[in-house]
Design a protein around this ligand. Sequence first.
Ligand code: CAA
Length: 307
Amino acid sequence: SPACKRSLSTDADGIDKVAVIGAGQMGIGISYVAAKTAGVDVLISDRSAQQITKGLQFVDTLLGKEVKKGKMNNEEANRVRSRIKAASENGLQDGEFAEVDLVVEAVSENLAVKQTIFSQLATHLPPHAILASNTSSISLSTLAASAIDQKTGQSRARQVVGFHFFNPVPVMKLVELIPALQTDPSVLDTARGFAERMGKTVTQSADTPGFISNRLLMPFINEAIIALETGVATKEDIDTTLKLGMNHPMGPLTLADFIGLDTCLSIMEVLMRETGDSKYRPSVLLGRMVSAGYLGKKSGQGFYTYT
Ligand code: CAA
């Protein structure tokens, strides 16, 4: 039984092996901290092998910095690095995930893509595995409903939980934990414990649009963009006001570029659509920037230019 597998494991929470789906910035950050701080084996999967290679190079860079700063010796860095492995292309179907205790899905914010992934995970992961999503705005209850084992028709919705990290994952101390309506309380407890093993502080939010973090952050960023488009001030003065007046590490327009303007827009659209409340209307300028391909830091151009 699921409970039996957990109690037989070496760690109290039974999580020894983690899989991460998506080798983007978030997925790599999660893999790195899981291997380094929680000390588990990590299997990274991405539809692009090149993306995994790039991600693993970034892990090498991060570990190199730790060694240089004297926070780790070479041996420790090698040990952490050896815990992180790339999954092969058909790894899920080929049984490569048979020992996985927890999977964190961290692909882009697309409902259809995530639903497909949850149905595949429910089909191929061992029965006890927890299926977590790093979604920043999609409903966990909706994702949980798609966690159906394609072979048996059985639902695994009870094992789905929201596990929301912040960028850069190695630096930001928070994990927002979101139970779906279907989530089993023991799954929530295990996920909370594992986030703590990763060195994070946990807050818990109901499964409502944007959870706690983006319900507050995105309207703030959106309002800064509206201030810019209506000529209240220059982008520099908007950012400097929040940075120096409120001690924010980054002004809201710099932060929007850092997060990605497409991500900011898609979260505002979710807030607007799911609440029907016009206070969440995305700024016209934000929509235009995304249409133009000005996505922020990752595209080289957002409110600011990056070289
Ligand atoms: N990976 C690992 N470590 C990183 C890093 C990365 N990508 N970026 C920076 N760091 C580390 C640096 O190595 C440095 O470590 P040491 O102190 O050990 O030397 C430390 O972070 C500070 O970095 P810097 O000195 O280069 O720069 P900084 O002091 O300006 O800090 C920052 C950079 C941490 C990003 C800071 O500006 C900050 O906190 N900004 C706000 C970030 C934020 O709000 N993130 C949340 C976005 S919302 C989200 O992610 C979720 C969502 O759903 C949209």
